[in-house]
Every structure is written in structure tokens, then in C-alpha cells.
Design a protein around this ligand. Structure first.
Ligand code: MN
Ligand code: MN
Length: 407
């Protein structure tokens, strides 16, 4: 048998195997091939994770405009370890999972009805977006003013670094939320827990501190039993609301979804930063909804990196990194995306349902620059000698910002 014919038989067998694998994995569709056009790329005779490849069409078959090397700008919560306990579960995407994400870490947490995220604090500021259900949050500020509130879908909370707090799932089915921390190295598993501290102070010292006999102490549950634990659903918010001399003057919660959005023909944007949610001193955010066929326009941010959480829908993001470098990433609900400081980008709804995602920034304020608006506000002659485009293009430029297009 000649070298050629043996190779042909081998590749035919492998290709047949590939079809079977793909059939099992994605119902009779042949595996996606890394070939964006005839004569470019080729077949994949030894297919790998074809389901994964099908979810990453713009990595497998990048637009011809993609070029060069960029760091990975996507990580899915679906690829993160889930810590489970009696009250719910949690998982995190930090700089350990998404290396480029030095400024922000994210946590996705579920608290069953009554389930409590133990009283605790941490060095980092905590910002949250409620994804499902209802929760009760508590905190005090350094002046001894207390805060207790019930939050629902589309509500935010913000606890500055060091401020102690708790979260509890309410009826009928608890809650699920996204947490964002202003430090990529944050670790949800190493926060300052109430039970952990009690476990590591001598009973005599606890007795002296609280003015009670030392014998009262020594029964604190192991911190591994608390952290996220089961408890009865609390009653309605009543006397708990005002326990201190006065309530915290600045609310630690905010109804983001209740804000009147910026609206275009193809979607909405709600922006929340410290100008309307004063407690949120170090996190600014935008909740973006893009209709099928719509796109978050070409833009960039002049202040810092962008951390994204895709709530639902399907998207692709193209990122321009200067120096001829560009790459495109695909997203589904539950994915985290990242855009390093100042890089130009767009986000297209590639699905048949509304795309909803959060843009989050480690900043007191939200800011973006629109490519379209920039060009509209640039002298026409100057523009003409750059891009070699005709009058029709110049006439279509918009002096007012339209974050979602078609506008
Ligand atoms: Mn916390
Ligand atoms: Mn952006």
C-alpha cells in the first residue's frame, strides 16, 4: 500500500468517526470546520470539543479583520468550580480564571429561601446586581448607623470595603445574584467571617469584650458549616429596619431597573454610577439590552477596563487593541467578558432573543466615547483625507450619541 492511499484510508476513518461524534453531540450537524472561505483554513480530521467549537464560531472562523495576539477576554461561569452548602451555592471568576481581569472579580451566588450568606466583611468593595428572586441585606457604617433592605430583580447594592454585611434569600424561592469586587484577586472563600473570628478569640477575651461570663462561649459552629447556611425565612421588614440611633444616610441599595433608560430603536441602556447611586464610590455600571439584529455601537472607555456579565442572549464582541491587533469573542448567558482600558469594541446581538448584559467599571463614573459621534464632530475636510469615504458617509454621521444601533 502506498503512503498516499494509507493516509487516505486513515483520514477517511477519522472523518467518519468525527461525524459520529458530532452526530451524538449536536444532532446530525457535521462538526464546524476551521475554514471561513474556500481556500482558507481547512477541514479538522481529528475534531476536538465540537460543542465548544460551535459556541465559539468567531474563534474557529475569525473574521478576516482579526489579527495578532490578544489575551483571552472571555471566561464562563459554567467553567468555574461551584461551592455548595446547606443554604445555596457560589462560584467565582477572578484573575485566577480570567488572567487579564486584574481590576475586577465576579461571583455568581444562589441563596435558597432562608439561606444566609454569613455576616462578614472584606477589604474590597462589593457591588451586586439581583438576577432572580428577593433578598434581605444588612450592614452598618463606621458611624454606627444601620441599614436593612429587601431587594428584588434589577436592584443593586454596594458595600464599601470593610463594611460588614449579610445577605439572606427570602420567600418563596430565595435569590440569585451577581457580585462584583473592585480587585481581580478577590477570593470569596477568604473573607472575614463572624464565626471564624469567634473561633479564634479565647473565650476569656470574648467574655471580657462583651461583659458576660467566658463560659457562654466555645459553641460557635465551624465557619465551614456557616458561610452559606440554611435558616428559616425571616418575617417582614419591621423593627429591623431601624435598629440604630439613625439609619445610614446613604442607601446601600438602588433600583437600577427602575431607572428611565436611554432608548434607541434597537435597545436600551441604563447607567448607574456615583452621580445617582452615591454609595457606589468605586463601581460604575451600565445595563444594556440589545434587540435581535442590534449592536452596541463602536466605542471605547476613557477611564478604565470594562468587565462584562452576560445575563441572557447571544453575542459577539470585536475588540481592537491598536498596532494592527483585533480579536472577536462569542458570548452566551453566564459568560464574563473583558475589555482592557481604552480598547475599541462593539457587541452584536447574534441571537434571535434580546441580549442583556452588564458593563462594569472600577470607577466612580461611567464614561464612553462614540466613534460615530467623534467623527461627526470632526471637521469634514479633515475626516475626508483620512478615510477616503464619500458624502453619503459624512451625511449619516450622528452628533448625538446612539449607544445601540440601528438607532
Ligand atoms: Mn460580601
Ligand atoms: Mn464598552
Amino acid at each position: 500500500m502506498s503512503e498516499f492511499s494509507r493516509r487516505d484510508i486513515l483520514s477517511t476513518a477519522v472523518a467518519a468517526g468525527a461525524v459520529i461524534t458530532a452526530t451524538a453531540a449536536q444532532s446530525a450537524e457535521s462538526p464546524p470546520e476551521p475554514s471561513r472561505a474556500p481556500g482558507v483554513g481547512g477541514a479538522d480530521p481529528v475534531p476536538g470539543d465540537v460543542v465548544r467549537e460551535a459556541q465559539n464560531p468567531d474563534l474557529l472562523n475569525p473574521p478576516a479583520t482579526d489579527s495578532g495576539t490578544l489575551p483571552n477576554l472571555r471566561f464562563s461561569f459554567a467553567d468555574a468550580h461551584v461551592r455548595q452548602s446547606s443554604g445555596g451555592w457560589t462560584r467565582q471568576v477572578t484573575a485566577r480564571e480570567l488572567g487579564v481581569s486584574k481590576s475586577i472579580a465576579g461571583v455568581n451566588m444562589r441563596l435558597n429561601a432562608g439561606g444566609i450568606r454569613e455576616l462578614h466583611w472584606h477589604k474590597q468593595a462589593e457591588w451586586s446586581y439581583m438576577l432572580y428572586g428577593t433578598a434581605r441585606i444588612t450592614a452598618i457604617d463606621p458611624e454606627g448607623r444601620n441599614f436593612v433592605d429587601d431587594v428584588g430583580v434589577g436592584d443593586l447594592w454596594y458595600f464599601p470595603g470593610g463594611v460588614p454585611h449579610s445577605i439572606q434569600g427570602l420567600g418563596p424561592d430565595g435569590c440569585e445574584f451577581l457580585l462584583v469586587f473592585d480587585d481581580g484577586d478577590f477570593d470569596e472563600d477568604s473573607t472575614f467571617l463572624l464565626s471564624d473570628w469567634f473561633k479564634h478569640v479565647p473565650s476569656e477575651v470574648l467574655g471580657k469584650n462583651f461583659g458576660v461570663p467566658a463560659t457562654l462561649f466555645g459553641h460557635t459552629p465551624d465557619p465551614r458549616e456557616l458561610y452559606i447556611f440554611k435558616a428559616p425565612i425571616p418575617g417582614p421588614l419591621g423593627p429591623d429596619k431601624l435598629m440604630g440611633a439613625e439609619p445610614a444616610p446613604q442607601s446601600f441599595s438602588h433600583h437600577m431597573l427602575a431607572q428611565e433608560p436611554i432608548r434607541t430603536k434597537s435597545g436600551t441602556v441604563r447607567i448607574t454610577d456615583s452621580s445617582i447611586f452615591p454609595a457606589s464610590k468605586n463601581i460604575a455600571a451600565a445595563l444594556v439590552e440589545v434587540e435581535p439584529g442590534g449592536m452596541r455601537e463602536l466605542h471605547w472607555h476613557p477611564n478604565t477596563d470594562e468587565w462584562q456579565y452576560y445575563i441572557s442572549g447571544q453575542a459577539r464582541m470585536g475588540v481592537f487593541a491598536a498596532n494592527g491587533q483585533a480579536r472577536t469573542f462569542d458570548f452566551l448567558g453566564g459568560d464574563v467578558g473583558y475589555v482592557p482600558f481604552a480598547m475599541g469594541h462593539y457587541i452584536e446581538n447574534t441571537g434571535s432573543t434580546a441580549l442583556r448584559f452588564l458593563e462594569v467599571f472600577k470607577s466612580s463614573y461611567y464614561a464612553d466615547l462614540s466613534l460615530n459621534q467623534w467623527l461627526a464632530l470632526t471637521p469634514r475636510d479633515l475626516l475626508k483625507v483620512h478615510l477616503n469615504l464619500d458624502q453619503q458617509f459624512a451625511d449619516a454621521l450622528r452628533k448625538t450619541k446612539a449607544p445601540i444601533v440601528p438607532a
